[in-house]
Design a protein around this ligand. Structure first.
Ligand SMILES: Cc1cc2nc3c(=O)[nH]c(=O)nc-3n(C[C@H](O)[C@H](O)[C@H](O)COP(=O)(O)O)c2cc1C
Length: 150
Protein backbone atom coordinates (compact mmCIF):
# COMPACT_ATOMS: atom_id res chain seq x y z
CA UNK A 1 0.00 0.00 0.00
CA UNK A 2 1.28 3.47 -0.93
CA UNK A 3 1.37 5.10 2.47
CA UNK A 4 2.55 8.38 0.98
CA UNK A 5 -0.74 8.92 -0.83
CA UNK A 6 -3.44 8.82 1.79
CA UNK A 7 -6.73 10.59 1.32
CA UNK A 8 -8.68 11.50 4.42
CA UNK A 9 -12.38 12.23 4.05
CA UNK A 10 -14.48 13.45 6.96
CA UNK A 11 -18.24 13.89 6.88
CA UNK A 12 -21.27 14.29 9.11
CA UNK A 13 -24.72 12.87 8.40
CA UNK A 14 -28.08 12.19 10.01
CA UNK A 15 -29.70 8.79 10.48
CA UNK A 16 -32.96 8.68 8.52
CA UNK A 17 -34.82 6.65 11.13
CA UNK A 18 -34.24 5.14 14.51
CA UNK A 19 -31.14 2.98 14.48
CA UNK A 20 -31.01 0.19 17.03
CA UNK A 21 -27.78 -1.28 18.36
CA UNK A 22 -28.18 -4.13 15.85
CA UNK A 23 -28.38 -1.70 12.93
CA UNK A 24 -25.14 -0.06 14.02
CA UNK A 25 -23.54 -3.50 14.41
CA UNK A 26 -24.60 -4.34 10.86
CA UNK A 27 -23.06 -1.14 9.49
CA UNK A 28 -19.84 -1.82 11.35
CA UNK A 29 -19.70 -5.44 10.27
CA UNK A 30 -19.81 -4.61 6.56
CA UNK A 31 -17.50 -1.63 7.10
CA UNK A 32 -14.83 -3.72 8.81
CA UNK A 33 -15.10 -6.43 6.14
CA UNK A 34 -15.00 -4.08 3.15
CA UNK A 35 -12.46 -1.68 4.57
CA UNK A 36 -10.12 -4.51 5.48
CA UNK A 37 -10.20 -5.66 1.86
CA UNK A 38 -9.87 -2.12 0.49
CA UNK A 39 -7.08 -0.81 2.72
CA UNK A 40 -9.36 1.77 4.32
CA UNK A 41 -9.10 2.72 7.98
CA UNK A 42 -11.08 5.20 10.05
CA UNK A 43 -13.48 5.96 12.79
CA UNK A 44 -17.26 6.20 13.07
CA UNK A 45 -18.95 8.10 15.87
CA UNK A 46 -22.68 8.02 16.51
CA UNK A 47 -24.43 10.57 18.65
CA UNK A 48 -28.15 11.31 18.93
CA UNK A 49 -28.98 10.31 15.40
CA UNK A 50 -25.91 11.86 13.79
CA UNK A 51 -22.82 10.20 12.33
CA UNK A 52 -19.31 11.59 12.18
CA UNK A 53 -16.96 9.48 10.10
CA UNK A 54 -13.31 9.64 9.14
CA UNK A 55 -12.33 7.51 6.13
CA UNK A 56 -8.70 7.22 5.10
CA UNK A 57 -6.91 5.27 2.42
CA UNK A 58 -5.85 5.46 -1.24
CA UNK A 59 -7.88 8.14 -3.08
CA UNK A 60 -9.67 5.78 -5.46
CA UNK A 61 -10.94 3.31 -2.86
CA UNK A 62 -11.97 6.10 -0.50
CA UNK A 63 -13.97 7.71 -3.33
CA UNK A 64 -15.66 4.40 -4.19
CA UNK A 65 -16.45 3.68 -0.56
CA UNK A 66 -17.89 7.15 -0.06
CA UNK A 67 -20.07 6.72 -3.17
CA UNK A 68 -21.62 3.64 -1.54
CA UNK A 69 -21.99 5.39 1.80
CA UNK A 70 -23.63 8.43 0.18
CA UNK A 71 -26.17 6.18 -1.52
CA UNK A 72 -27.05 4.41 1.74
CA UNK A 73 -30.67 5.14 2.73
CA UNK A 74 -29.91 4.64 6.42
CA UNK A 75 -28.67 8.22 6.58
CA UNK A 76 -28.97 11.54 4.77
CA UNK A 77 -28.09 15.25 4.97
CA UNK A 78 -24.49 14.27 4.33
CA UNK A 79 -22.03 17.13 4.71
CA UNK A 80 -18.57 16.41 3.40
CA UNK A 81 -16.43 18.57 5.67
CA UNK A 82 -12.91 17.74 4.68
CA UNK A 83 -11.25 15.82 1.88
CA UNK A 84 -7.48 16.15 1.81
CA UNK A 85 -4.18 14.36 1.35
CA UNK A 86 -2.44 13.52 4.61
CA UNK A 87 1.11 12.25 5.17
CA UNK A 88 -0.05 9.45 7.50
CA UNK A 89 -3.21 7.80 8.73
CA UNK A 90 -4.75 8.99 12.00
CA UNK A 91 -6.26 5.53 12.65
CA UNK A 92 -3.83 3.02 11.11
CA UNK A 93 -5.04 0.10 13.24
CA UNK A 94 -8.80 0.49 12.79
CA UNK A 95 -10.60 -0.89 9.75
CA UNK A 96 -13.48 1.10 11.25
CA UNK A 97 -13.33 2.02 14.90
CA UNK A 98 -16.61 2.87 16.56
CA UNK A 99 -17.33 5.09 19.53
CA UNK A 100 -19.95 7.20 21.17
CA UNK A 101 -18.80 10.62 22.34
CA UNK A 102 -18.97 9.59 26.00
CA UNK A 103 -16.36 6.90 25.32
CA UNK A 104 -13.86 9.41 23.94
CA UNK A 105 -11.16 11.33 25.75
CA UNK A 106 -12.07 14.81 26.93
CA UNK A 107 -10.58 16.75 24.02
CA UNK A 108 -12.06 14.52 21.32
CA UNK A 109 -15.44 14.48 23.05
CA UNK A 110 -15.56 18.28 23.33
CA UNK A 111 -14.56 18.69 19.68
CA UNK A 112 -17.04 16.07 18.44
CA UNK A 113 -19.91 17.54 20.44
CA UNK A 114 -19.13 21.07 19.18
CA UNK A 115 -19.14 19.81 15.58
CA UNK A 116 -22.49 18.09 16.17
CA UNK A 117 -23.86 21.33 17.64
CA UNK A 118 -22.81 23.40 14.64
CA UNK A 119 -24.19 20.71 12.33
CA UNK A 120 -27.57 20.44 14.02
CA UNK A 121 -27.97 24.21 14.32
CA UNK A 122 -26.83 25.28 10.86
CA UNK A 123 -27.25 22.08 8.86
CA UNK A 124 -24.02 22.96 7.10
CA UNK A 125 -20.39 22.69 8.00
CA UNK A 126 -17.50 23.78 5.89
CA UNK A 127 -13.80 23.24 6.28
CA UNK A 128 -13.31 26.86 5.24
CA UNK A 129 -14.80 27.93 8.55
CA UNK A 130 -11.80 28.27 10.89
CA UNK A 131 -13.74 26.91 13.87
CA UNK A 132 -14.52 23.70 11.98
CA UNK A 133 -10.89 23.22 10.97
CA UNK A 134 -9.74 23.81 14.51
CA UNK A 135 -12.30 21.38 15.95
CA UNK A 136 -11.44 18.65 13.46
CA UNK A 137 -7.71 19.09 14.14
CA UNK A 138 -8.29 19.03 17.87
CA UNK A 139 -10.38 15.87 17.44
CA UNK A 140 -7.81 14.05 15.30
CA UNK A 141 -4.80 15.13 17.37
CA UNK A 142 -6.34 13.85 20.55
CA UNK A 143 -6.35 10.28 19.28
CA UNK A 144 -2.68 9.63 19.53
CA UNK A 145 -2.31 6.74 21.91
CA UNK A 146 -6.00 6.25 22.63
CA UNK A 147 -7.35 2.78 21.93
CA UNK A 148 -10.95 2.20 20.88
CA UNK A 149 -12.76 -1.01 20.16
CA UNK A 150 -12.57 -2.07 16.52
C1 LIG B 1 -22.91 5.87 8.64
C2 LIG B 1 -22.45 4.78 7.72
C3 LIG B 1 -21.10 4.48 7.61
C4 LIG B 1 -20.67 3.48 6.75
N1 LIG B 1 -19.32 3.22 6.65
C5 LIG B 1 -18.89 2.30 5.77
C6 LIG B 1 -17.51 2.04 5.61
O1 LIG B 1 -16.64 2.63 6.26
N2 LIG B 1 -17.14 1.10 4.70
C7 LIG B 1 -18.04 0.41 3.95
O2 LIG B 1 -17.64 -0.41 3.13
N3 LIG B 1 -19.37 0.62 4.10
C8 LIG B 1 -19.81 1.54 4.99
N4 LIG B 1 -21.15 1.75 5.14
C9 LIG B 1 -22.09 0.84 4.45
C10 LIG B 1 -22.26 1.22 3.00
O3 LIG B 1 -23.17 2.28 2.90
C11 LIG B 1 -22.80 0.01 2.20
O4 LIG B 1 -24.00 -0.45 2.79
C12 LIG B 1 -21.82 -1.14 2.18
O5 LIG B 1 -20.53 -0.69 1.87
C13 LIG B 1 -22.26 -2.17 1.15
O6 LIG B 1 -21.38 -3.24 1.18
P1 LIG B 1 -21.88 -4.73 1.48
O7 LIG B 1 -22.83 -5.03 0.37
O8 LIG B 1 -20.63 -5.52 1.46
O9 LIG B 1 -22.54 -4.71 2.84
C14 LIG B 1 -21.62 2.75 6.00
C15 LIG B 1 -22.97 3.05 6.11
C16 LIG B 1 -23.40 4.04 6.97
C17 LIG B 1 -24.86 4.34 7.08
Amino acid sequence: MQENAITQLIYLSSATGHLAADDLKQILKSSVRNNGADGITGLLIYHEGAFFQVLEGPAQVVAECFDRIEADARHGRIIRMIERQVPARAFPAWRMGFARPEELGEEARAAALSLYDIYSESGSLSATVPDVRRLVSSFLNSFTGLSLKQ
